[in-house]
Design a protein around this ligand. Sequence first.
Ligand code: ATP
Length: 323
Amino acid sequence: MGRRVAVLTSGGDAPGMNAAIRAVTRVSISKGWSVFGVRNGFKGLISGTIEQLTTRDVGGIMQRGGTVLGSARCPEFMTVEGRKLAIRNLNQFGVDCVFVIGGNGSQTGNYELNKMGFNGIGIASTIDNDLVGSDITLGVDTALNIALEAIDRLKVTASSHQRAFILEVMGRQCGYLALMSGLAGGAEAITMPEVPTDPEKIAEVVQAAYEHGKSHALIIAAEGADYNAAKLTEFFYANKERLGFSIRSTILGHVQRGGSPSAFDRILACKLGLGAVEAAERGEYSVVVGTIKGEVTTTPLADIVNKTKGIDIEMARLANILD
Ligand code: ATP
């Protein structure tokens, strides 16, 4: 009998997760293995909601955002009892390795499972791009392009009405999406969790833009920054007389997650899926599969848990020069 492996998606959904499920499934089947899909992340491991996947089951999902397996946050998995139940269910299905497609929290859960003796391999997937062990995670490219499209649209309406727009983007405690969308969208200023904000300085930049005759001003705020959209808007309203522009604020929120995955994310998902199955074939467990300098790599989960990847300060400097 061939090997039996399982695949799940966990934490926040990210465009490209479906393409990764498809890749893991089809590469595994090509090796003569049986693949089981777990519903709703670690929650499905605990409830035993596990079904065999065939090549056809993962057909037609590549172009869809979200995850066909479902995802969930599962506090029970943070307990030893919860993970024991999960291992019992996996053993009942004869599964000897689980592929965990997800971000920081999910890979921490994966690590805890490995520490209890069950083999797991992670696939770096989160729109936040905060995972150590991968230069770019699955979903980032699509989310970035959605943010950029929103920026371009906001600029059109902002210019027609001489407005300053504050756009808040996702990213939890990581400023990557804010920084890169701000850079690509030509923002006047960007707030990020990694850099303390001086709101007075941002007000000066907006005021100067008005005085120089700019038709609009755009500020990108990261949701996890000390000055997110709400706080920055409050500050701007208190100073609105001097800013010149009228002020509007938009929170992009979950819109950023829902897109059809970009070509980059689909290709990345194919490569990471293959990398993960090959790691399982080599017996290399308790690792996360990501890309470093364009190469598919494995990094021990022990080296990535409780860490958050920082932003590239050079990019922040560049965004400042180009505003
Ligand atoms: P994203 O950042 O993209 O939203 P994520 O994978 O970081 O995704 P989290 O909500 O942080 O999402 O974590 C997902 C799940 O991982 C949690 O609901 C929980 O089941 C599991 N998990 C997180 N931390 C731990 C831990 N310390 N021990 C065991 N399981 C954990």
